[in-house]
Ligand binder design. Structure first.
Ligand SMILES: Cc1ncc(COP(=O)(O)O)c(C=O)c1O
Length: 364
C-alpha cells in the first residue's frame, strides 16, 4: 500500500463547498488585504487560544520579527533559540538586528533544554524563544522561572502547535508573546502564506498592527519604519472555516499517533517524549533511528513517504557561520538532526495506511 507523507487534497475535497463559499464572499466584498475577514478571524483565533489579542499577519516569520520589535529587541541584544528548529525561529532576532544564541535540546523531548538556556544567558540576553517542536509543548514552567529570574521576555514559537495545551492552557497563551504560522502544511494551514502574533497587552497589539501596515495608525502618517506584513482576506476567510475543524483534526492526529506509539515495537526506533502536563497535537510524527537514510530508503521501497525535520541544525547553517559555532558544540541538537525521520501524519490518513507504516516499521 502506498502511503503519502502528506496529502492536502483529501482535506480540500472535504471542505470544498465551504472554502469556495468563503472565497466568493471575500471577492463579493473585495476585501483582499486586511479588512473584515481578517478582523473576524483574529477574534475567533484569540477566543480559541484564550489570548486577548491575535494579530493576523502574512507569515509566521513576520510574527517572530514583530515579536522582537514590539519588545524593543534590536542590535546588541541576544535571544536564546533552540538549535533544532525551523530556521525561521532564528530569523526573528536576526531581522531585528539582534543575535540568536543557539542552545541545546532535551535528549528525550527534543524540545529546548532549560539548563542549556541558563548556560547561555549573558548581560545582553533579552528573550527566550520556546519552540513547541512537532506540536509538543516545551517545558514552559522551567522557561517561565528562568525568564522571571533574569527579567527576560518569554516568547512561544507555536508555528507547529495550534490547539496544544500545557497545564490545561493553550499554547500561545502562556508566554509573554507568541507567534504562529499558517503555512499550508501546518496543522492549521492557510491556502497560501499566513501567520499571527498573540499578546494579552492592548498596547503591544496596537503596535504590532501598526508595524504590519507601514508603521501607520492613521492613514498616511508613519510613526516609525514599518512593514507590509498584512494578512490577506482570502487567507483569513479560509482559516475561519478551518478553525472550526481544528479540534477534530488534532484529535485525529492524536489517534494516529497512538497507533504509532502503541503498536511500533521495534527497539531500533525511538519516538519523541512529551512533557507530563501537556497535550500535544502531533503536527509531525518524528522518530530517531541509528541510520535514518537506510530506514527512509526501506520505507520508500514499500511506497511509504517520509521527510526530515530538520536535517541540519540552525547553528551550523552557513547563514550563521559568522557566529562561530563548530560541529559538536550543541550535541543533542546535532544528534537529533542526524537521526530524525518524519512519518506520514495528517488527519485524513486512514487507520489502514497508518497500520501499513506500523507493520513496515516492525518488520525493519
Ligand atoms: C517552528 C517554526 N517557526 C517558524 C516558522 C515560520 O513560519 P512561516 O513559514 O509562516 O514564515 C515555521 C514554519 O515554517 C516553523 O515550523
Amino acid at each position: 500500500m502506498n502511503v503519502p507523507f502528506f496529502d492536502l487534497s483529501r482535506q480540500y475535497q472535504m471542505l470544498k463547498p465551504e472554502i469556495q463559499d468563503a472565497l466568493q464572499r471575500v471577492m463579493d466584498q473585495t476585501a483582499f488585504s486586511g479588512g473584515p475577514f481578517v478582523d473576524r478571524f483574529e477574534e475567533e483565533l484569540a477566543a480559541y487560544t484564550g489570548v486577548n489579542y491575535a494579530v493576523g499577519l502574512n507569515s509566521g516569520t513576520s510574527a517572530l520579527h514583530l515579536a522582537m520589535l514590539v519588545h524593543g529587541i534590536g542590535p546588541g541584544d541576544e535571544v536564546i533559540v533552540p538549535a533544532n528548529t525551523f530556521i525561521a525561529t532564528a530569523w526573528g532576532p536576526s531581522y531585528a538586528g539582534a543575535t540568536p544564541v543557539f542552545c541545546d535540546i532535551d535528549p528525550l523531548t527534543w524540545n529546548i533544554d532549560p539548563e542549556s538556556v541558563r548556560s547561555k544567558i549573558s548581560s545582553r540576553t533579552k528573550a527566550i524563544i520556546g519552540v513547541h517542536l512537532y506540536g509538543q509543548p516545551c517545558n514552559l514552567d522551567a522557561l517561565r522561572s528562568i525568564a522571571d529570574e533574569h527579567g527576560l521576555v518569554l516568547m512561544e514559537d507555536g508555528a507547529q502547535s495550534i490547539g496544544a495545551t500545557y497545564r490545561g492552557q493553550k499554547t500561545m497563551a502562556i508566554g509573554d508573546i507568541a507567534a504562529t504560522s499558517f503555512y499550508p502544511g501546518k496543522n492549521l494551514g492557510a491556502y497560501g502564506e499566513g501567520g499571527a502574533l498573540f499578546t494579552n497587552d492592548q498596547t503591544v497589539a496596537e503596535h504590532a498592527k501598526s508595524l504590519r501596515s507601514h508603521g501607520s495608525k492613521q492613514r498616511y502618517f508613519h510613526d516609525e519604519i514599518g512593514y507590509n506584513y498584512r494578512m490577506e482576506g482570502f487567507q483569513a476567510a479560509v482559516l475561519s472555516v478551518k478553525l472550526r475543524y481544528i479540534d477534530r483534526w488534532n484529535a485525529r492526529r492524536r489517534e494516529v499517533a497512538a497507533l504509532y506509539l502503541e503498536d511500533v515495537k521495534n527497539p531500533k526506533i525511538t519516538f519523541q517524549s512529551r512533557e507530563p502536563e501537556s497535550t500535544g497535537v502531533f503536527h509531525l510524527m518524528v522518530l530517531t533511528t541509528e541510520n535514518r537514510e537506510h530506514l527512509r530508503d526501506y520505507l520508500a521501497e514499500q511506497g511509504i513517504g517520509t521527510a526530515f525535520h530538520y536535517p541540519h541544525p540552525c547553528h551550523l547553517q552557513k547563514a550563521y557561520a559568522d557566529l562561530g559555532y563548530k560541529p559538536g558544540s550543541i550535541p543533542n541538537a546535532e544528534a537529533q538532526a542526524a537521526h530524525c525521520l518524519s512519518l506520514p501524519m495528517f488527519p485524513e490518513i486512514t487507520d489502514e495506511e497508518a497500520m501499513a507504516v506500523v507493520h513496515a516499521l516492525n518488520a525493519y
